[in-house]
Unconditional design. Structure first.
Length: 202
């Protein structure tokens, strides 16, 4: 057993857990018994780190932490720790933009625009080109916007980096950072789309 994969009750308190939250959200410890390395009257209680982190990403954990006292030092420390970890992950994650020939990117962008327009209530997609037609002139800059929209959609998997942040606990800051990094990556991969990406960052 690797102790690095488990959390003690003291470790849980440092992460912002209260005893009531441990009982209600985690239940019984994953490992319980005597520590063979040292003599102690109190039994060893260990919680699997993967299970703890999974619960911390759930909305129920944020609700319980708020109910336990959002102004407490432990709750503030836990929220700040999660915020800093998410921001660090967003800064470190390489953003890999799919590289497509111009005509193929335009074709996919037009198709994506048509599909999203059809999904809007009361919008039959009339603003886009008809089936089997090319992109057409459209409004000025529309095709550029559609291409950026498509690429942003294609990079939606990076939104999972925001997991673990709920409400206003650093989420707005993290969303701004992720949005900026994604649009900067698109602009670098497709310089002709850079002006639209800069406009969206602003």
């Amino acid at each position: 057993m690797s102790v690095l994969t488990y959390v003690t009750p003291a470790g849980l308190r440092e992460r912002g857990w209260t005893d009531a939250m441990v009982r209600g959200l985690l239940g019984e410890p994953d490992v319980q018994g005597r520590d063979p390395r040292r003599w102690s009257v109190a039994p060893v209680r260990l919680y699997l780190l993967a299970r703890v982190e999974a619960v911390e990403r759930a909305p129920e954990f944020a609700a319980c932490a708020a109910a336990a006292g959002p102004g407490s030092a432990a709750a503030r420390a836990a929220a700040d720790k999660r915020r800093r970890a998410v921001l660090a992950a967003i800064r470190a994650e390489p953003i890999r933009v799919p590289m497509l020939p111009g005509p193929e990117l335009e074709r996919r962008a037009v198709r994506h625009r048509r599909l999203t327009a059809e999904d809007r209530p009361g919008d039959g997609g009339g603003g886009g080109p008809g089936p089997g037609r090319g992109p057409g002139p459209g409004p000025a800059g529309a095709l550029v916007r559609w291409q950026v929209d498509y690429l942003r959609h294609a990079l939606g998997r990076y939104d999972t980096l925001l997991d673990g942040l709920f409400g206003a606990t650093g989420r707005a800051e993290a969303e701004r950072l992720l949005r900026r990094r994604v649009y900067e990556a698109i602009a670098q991969a497709y310089p002709r789309l850079a002006a639209e990406c800069r406009r969206r960052i602003r």
